[in-house]
Design a protein around this ligand. Structure first.
Ligand code: SF4
Ligand code: SF4
Length: 69
């Protein structure tokens, strides 16, 4: 049985910009983009620990299947 590889995804419509997710990310994979006020996600740094998901009070973050590489 194979496990589906996942990545974090962000829904701007639900985001209140509390930065709980970026503060909880131990790998620096999720950061605030100060140019447009959104989030940047670096798939190479993400260890899929789920801290950001648990820290998000609005459900703006979720997982998605990783894009084919
Ligand atoms: S799953 Fe963990 S490592 Fe990946 S973005 Fe969220 S907090 Fe950071
Ligand atoms: S924790 Fe959720 S609501 Fe807060 S900045 Fe991150 S995605 Fe937006």
């Amino acid at each position: 049985m194979s496990r589906q590889r996942t990545v974090m995804a962000w829904n701007e419509d639900y985001c209140i910009h509390c930065h709980g997710c970026t503060s909880s990310c131990v790998r620096g994979a999720l950061t605030v983009n100060h140019t447009y006020g959104g989030l940047d996600y670096d798939i190479r740094k993400c260890i899929r620990c789920g801290n950001c998901l648990r820290a998000c009070p609005t459900g703006a973050l979720h997982t998605e299947p990783a894009p084919e590489s």
